[in-house]
Write a protein that binds this ligand. Structure first.
Ligand code: ATP
Ligand code: MG
Length: 289
């Protein structure tokens, strides 16, 4: 799933555990002696806060959030400022906020291009171990991954087109970039994962693996399930029946995902963590094995 890739993009339906899985991956890679850089977009710092580090407070600077784990939050305004400062001789003189507003309004997809451009710059950086992008949910993540293609096609020639083409090549190189889809075993997230797979195929970006998160373990044998079904309705028997039903539904969801994508990519299940204060640390031992 991870191999020697420089950029891993973690995405999936809202709330399925993208941030938790990204944090778990970062901890797991650090334990293996690597030095991952976790990147978040739209100014977010959820992974940093999850791992107990101080929030970014709008400071777009790389910093340590755990042993051997670094973090950077990107936002489009900041990425635009950096881009203009680097590429225009008079960039520093412009009134950025107003200019940014004008440019973003006039150019759909510019925020996505600048954001993924910054991610690309970080991931291809010399000596960089691996960038883990805690990407937004599926639709917005696809917009990020396809922005370079759109711009490369629209701007015929010139520095923007050239850079967009470079980013596109990097994202399309399966040895360097891979998407890790996070799903749960419920029907809607599974549907969305399959849609993501279709969109990635169309965009020429590799699906490096699927994590089916928060899966209920099977605790009862078929015989025990029958006994539970016939048992008087007590709190314990209701809890048991609920668990057994959930576990059966989850097993079906996992089978459905494996049937649909298991031949092209690894599908790994992660358990529902019932009583851990720290889900990410609990899952860290399971994400890379
Ligand atoms: N395996 C798990 N077992 C139990 N709880 C989990 C598990 N994975 C994630 N959670 C919990 O589910 C909630 C949502 O997780 P998380 O924030 O990682 O999702 P997300 O996909 O990043 O959400 P968003 O789309 O809002 O960014 C959190 O409270 C997290 O602790
Ligand atoms: Mg999140």
């Amino acid at each position: 799933m991870i191999d020697g890739r420089s950029l891993l993009v973690v995405t999936g339906k809202g709330g399925v555990g993208k941030t938790t899985v990204t944090a778990a991956l970062a901890l797991a890679l650090a334990r293996e002696g690597r030095r991952p850089l976790v990147v978040e977009v739209s100014g977010k710092d959820d992974v940093a806060r999850l791992l107990g580090g101080p929030g970014t407070h709008g400071a777009y600077a790389e910093r340590a959030i755990a042993d051997r784990v670094r973090h950077l939050s990107i936002d489009p305004d900041h990425a635009l400022r950096e881009y203009l400062d680097a590429h225009l001789p008079f960039g520093g003189l412009l009134e950025h906020t107003r200019l940014a507003r004008l440019l973003f309004a006039a150019t759909p997809g510019l925020g996505e291009l600048l954001t993924i451009g910054k991610v690309w710059e970080l991931a291809r950086g010399a000596g960089r171990d691996c960038v883990l992008l805690d990407a937004p949910a599926t639709g917005h993540a696809i917009a990020l991954l396809t922005a370079p293609r759109t711009f490369a096609a629209a701007a015929r020639g010139g520095p923007v087109a050239e850079q967009a083409a470079g980013i596109r090549r990097f994202l399309g190189d399966r040895r360097r970039t891979g998407v890790l889809a996070v799903s749960t075993a419920e029907e809607l997230p599974v549907n969305e994962t399959l849609q993501l797979r279709g969109a990635l195929d169309a965009a020429g970006v590799a699906l490096a693996g699927v994590f089916v998160n928060a899966v209920y373990p099977r605790r009862f044998t078929a015989r025990q399930v029958d006994v539970l079904a016939a048992a008087p309705a007590t709190a314990a028997s209701r809890a048991g029946r609920f668990h057994a039903t959930r576990a059966r539904q989850h097993a079906a969801g996992v089978r459905r995902l494996r049937g649909a994508v298991g031949s092209v990519t690894a599908v790994r299940t992660l358990p529902y963590v019932f009583d851990a204060d720290d889900v990410a640390r609990d899952l860290a031992g399971r994400v890379t094995r």
